[in-house]
Design a protein around this ligand. Structure first.
Ligand code: GP9
Ligand code: MN
Length: 620
């Protein structure tokens, strides 16, 4: 009042600035966000601000006590949201989405992993909120807790709106189609910020719920034309090569191709697989295409030859959809179908989804004798798991399709001393160090399993398919990975590291390495053709790996790989030089990659397969 100039800082503004600077610091320290130019850096810097002004800014409509309570609470909640993203990012190099939060049935099993990911020092992430809390109790004229007058409040919110539009405008110029056709969450967060990303995510959540209700069969016709046009005839020699034989498919937890044929501390990492590959078909350019649904995403790809979703796990979000699964097609053709995985049946909502896929039997936790001795980390050890599984195989009607999922080589890669067949690696990343012995352990489990199959007379009557489900070592461990590989981990190298092994063993066939660029999307048509089942009429995005000629694979974040180029994070790389190259080399495939993902998404969000075979009726 009067003429005395008020030099105090407003409490609300202080909270906003602290949160803003903290968020930017976390971006720089905790999130590995690729910045290519000054404009991108600028966008990154300003992007938390509009959201914080909108939310924390509500405090300006209150005074004193009410304002303090509101601002302190809002600061803690916002800090917690940021911190939760930090923790999730530590393991998954990705940001949280709403569907992930509803997957609570997975939480119990995640406990061992979360313990590895949080520490007491993390209190630092709440420093600003704690400071704000402390200041709320301090009586000083330097901080004002007044309510804003109408003009002040209007100006404040006008600036917040202006800033939000300015931010969005800059981002759209940097990245056209940002909010409509971006499959890479890092690019989204880089542009609109981590908080706005949650708002956008909430919008997507509402939109996808409406999409099913609004869908009709005509949408499917366009997609069907697209997938039919891509159809590849199966090769004559391979079609039916496994007819009448059992099909054993093993999903190998967290195993990437970079360990195959390699050594650590001078010791072989996968001695058994290296031998097994010699008399199998080995695909060395085969990529995983999973996202937040991890193992379950790879299962989804295998069953349907559809892409999993860009956000959340389709096993949870769309378990009620109509699908034409691999299991269903095999069952129609007289196969007995079973899943074997020694974990809670509800993990990843598997029990519901397997039912939907039409499996005859799911051998889960109660079907195994699991105790302290034969468990480590996430549960039953692979050697025991295979050992007990052979008993189940013996009981099954023949021919059977048996799908196994291993578990021991799972983050945080724990192992009992007696199971360490090779030494840990020595790098700053404990995760990477422990990874090698656990991969080696699963390799041993395979050896014993194959011996068992031979002893039981099942080996000669079965084709055996082994594939890696997804990466085990996230980008969080790039420095140590660089040490192991002896080269810098550029986005190009990261993309190449998304290769997982695929091994197809057919009795009587000689070994051969096939280097066509391919992915998990191709498993369904390949397996069905081997079993002599034609898939010409099926809506699927993959091709038979034994006849596929086009070297092309799309990853779930929109990256793609051909025989010549790698496209990732908006940059085109030449495979020969491993360096960025002109965009023209990638241009011809960009639209194709986007179409693949968005057609597949349309099928899932619209539950379009429920109209399959009924489109004509609809059109009349
Ligand atoms: C759990 C196992 C691991 O049953 O499949 O799942 P992940 O965390 O790899 O998706
Ligand atoms: Mn997995």
């Amino acid at each position: 009042m009067g003429t005395k100039k008020n030099k105090s800082i407003h409490f609300v503004l202080l909270a906003i600035v602290l949160l803003w600077l903290k968020t930017y610091t976390v971006y720089k320290i905790n999130f590995d966000i690729d910045i290519e130019n000054k404009l991108q850096e600028f966008i990154l810097f300003i992007n938390p601000l509009s959201f914080l002004m909108f939310i924390i800014g509500i405090g300006i409509f209150m005074a004193n006590r009410k304002q303090k309570i509101f601002v302190v609470t809002a600061s803690f909640i916002t800090s917690f949201v940021l911190y939760a993203n930090v923790v999730y990012y530590r393991e998954f190099s990705d940001f949280i989405t709403i569907p992930l939060l509803t997957q609570t049935s997975n939480m119990g099993d995640l406990k061992s992993s979360v313990g590895e990911l949080v520490s007491w020092a993390d209190i630092l992430y709440f420093m600003d909120a704690l400071l704000i809390l402390a200041l709320a109790f301090v009586k000083t004229p330097k901080i004002s807790f007044k309510k804003y007058r109408n003009v002040g409040a209007a100006a404040f919110y006008f600036s917040a709106f202006g800033l939000a539009f300015f931010n969005l405008g800059l981002s759209e110029s940097e990245r056209p189609e940002l909010l409509t056709r971006t499959f890479d969450r890092e690019i989204l967060v880089k542009n609109i910020g981590t908080y706005n990303h949650h708002i956008y995510d909430a919008y997507l959540q509402t939109k996808t719920t409406a999409q099913r209700a609004l869908a009709d069969g005509n949408q499917l016709t366009e997609i069907e034309n697209y997938t039919r046009a891509q159809y590849t005839e199966p090769s004559k020699e391979m079609f039916g090569a496994a007819k009448g034989k059992n099909i054993i498919v093993i999903s190998m937890e967290s195993t990437q191709s970079f360990v195959i044929g390699q050594k650590v501390n001078g010791q072989e990492i996968t001695p058994f697989l290296n031998e097994f590959i010699k008399d199998s078909y080995y695909f060395d350019n085969f990529y995983h295409q999973t996202a937040q649904g991890k193992t379950s995403d790879s299962e989804f790809l295998l069953e349907n030859s559809l892409y999993p979703l860009g956000r959340g796990a389709v096993f949870f979000t769309h378990s009620g959809n109509e699908y034409v699964s691999l299991a269903e097609r095999l069952k129609e053709n007289a196969y007995y179908t079973a899943k074997l995985h020694a974990n809670n049946k509800s993990f990843w909502n598997r029990d519901v989804m397997y039912n939907n896929f039409g499996y005859d039997r799911f051998y889960s936790l109660p079907d195994y004798e699991v105790n302290e001795e034969n468990s480590v980390g996430w549960g039953m050890k692979d050697i025991e798991f295979f050992d007990q599984s052979v008993e189940h195989l013996k009981d099954m009607p023949k021919p059977f399709f048996a799908k196994f999922i291993t578990l021991t080589n799972h983050f945080p890669f724990e192992l009992d001393e007696e199971d360490k067949f090779i030494d840990e690696y020595d790098s700053p990343s404990g995760t990477l160090n422990r990874y090698f012995p656990t991969v080696r352990y699963t390799d041993e489990a395979f050896k014993l399993f194959i011996e068992d199959l031979k002893a039981e007379g099942l080996y000669e009557d079965s084709i055996i398919v082994i594939y890696g489900d997804h990466y085990g070592i996230s980008e969080n461990h790039n420095r140590s990975m660089a040490q192991y590989l002896g080269k810098e981990i550029t986005p190009f190298v990261s993309t190449q590291l998304q290769r997982v092994p695929l091994i197809v063993h057919i009795p009587g066939h000689e070994g051969k390495t096939i280097s066509t660029v391919s992915g998990q999307i191709d498993l369904r048509p390949t397996l069905l053709n081997l079993a002599g089942i034609d898939t010409k009429q099926d809506i699927q995005f993959g091709s038979d790996l034994f006849s596929k000629k086009d070297n092309f694979v799309v990853l779930r974040d929109g990256s793609f790989i051909t025989d010549k180029v790698v496209y990732t994070k908006g940059t085109c790389y030449d495979k020969a030089t491993e360096e960025p190259t002109e965009m023209a080399s990638c241009e011809p495939y960009i639209e194709h990659a986007k179409n693949e993902l968005s057609y597949s998404d349309q099928i899932i969000y619209g539950d379009l397969l429920r109209f399959y075979g009924k489109e004509e009726e609809q059109q009349e």
